[in-house]
Ligand binder design. Structure first.
Ligand code: HSE
Length: 300
């Protein structure tokens, strides 16, 4: 039996479009066994429709690795128990892909390296900013250059809370990317380079008062916010309530605030703020996961 635990992730972090991401202590857990034949998929605790045939994302990720390694299991039983809400901007797809790939690699005798797993995952997702922290944990800077993906995973101090605010509707990444322009101005590009660099400096030096300016973005949030009712009001309220930095998590619709302290007062205040909102926003307090994916194997 192969067990894999993969963390949720929050990509972009404001200005770091397709580049920055962080792993969070909310998990997808897979239990995978080779069987004598057929495909048996059991999904528990999911917050959306999960396919139980060969179109299942965990299965597709496994198949991608088997095509690489040449290993062919007779049959497979895949059990997934995921606490990561689907299509909300918290890396649920990456968790399926990385989890499936690590499990398939273990069944194949671990012939593929982690950097190669990340490249295969990036090929499936199109961008590495969720897959990298899902695999390595921490705060990740990822760069895709040609076929290679370069990653630096930076382990953060345990003094920040990540308040994840999740509405009851979803926005598919494909649709949300479709809202983005093909070209941006030099001014906006320079704006984002400066903010992304400052965000990294603030997170790694602990100068958290600089996070707010470091989380500003002009490349994607201004185009995506129309999918989220009351986006500007929510952002403003998080800052009134003590957020150090607020950004759209991945392609949304989840909104993330970074906090110092235990976050309890922030959560209470945001829940009161959302109590009038028709979209039943939930606020969860998470922490950075510095570990990344964990795999264990028991031989029967
Ligand atoms: N960087 C990707 C995007 C993340 O913004 O579309 C998707 O979760």
């Amino acid at each position: 039996m192969i067990r894999v635990r993969v963390p949720a992730t929050s990509a972009n972090m404001g200005p770091g479009f397709d580049t920055l991401g962080i792993a969070l202590n909310l998990y997808s857990r897979l239990e995978i066994e080779e069987t004598d034949g057929g495909l048996d998929i059991i999904t528990v605790n999911n917050s959306g429709n999960v396919q139980n045939d060969k179109t299942n994302l965990v299965y597709r990720a496994m198949d991608r690795v088997f095509r690489e390694t040449g290993y062919r299991p007779k049959g497979l039983r895949i059990k997934q128990d995921s606490a990561i809400p689907m299509t909300r901007g918290l890396g649920s797809s990456s968790a399926c892909i990385i989890g499936g790939m690590l499990a398939a690699n273990a069944l194949s005798g671990r012939t593929i390296s982690y950097p190669d797993i990340l490249e295969l995952a990036t090929e499936m997702e199109g961008h590495p900013d969720n897959a990298a922290p899902a695999l390595y944990g921490g705060f990740c800077v990822s760069v895709k250059s040609g076929d290679r993906v370069y990653v630096k995973s930076i382990k953060l101090k345990n003094d920040l809370k990540f308040a994840v605010m999740i509405p009851d509707f979803f926005v598919a990444t494909k649709k949300s990317r479709g809202a983005l322009p093909d070209k941006v101005s030099l001014k906006d590009a320079a704006f984002n380079i400066s903010r992304a660099s400052m965000l990294q400096a603030a997170l790694t030096t602990g100068d958290y008062d600089l996070l707010k300016i470091g989380a500003e973005d002009r490349l994607h949030q201004p185009y995506r916010k129309s999918y989220i009712d009351g986006f500007d009001e929510i952002f403003e309220h998080t800052y009134r309530t003590g957020s150090k930095a607020t950004y759209l998590s991945g392609s949304g619709p989840t909104i993330m605030s970074i906090l110092t302290g235990n976050g309890a007062a922030f959560k209470k205040d945001m829940e009161a703020f959302f109590s009038e909102n028709e979209h039943k926003w939930k606020c969860m307090l998470l922490e950075c996961d510095n570990v990344g994916s964990v795999l264990s194997e028991t031989r029967s």
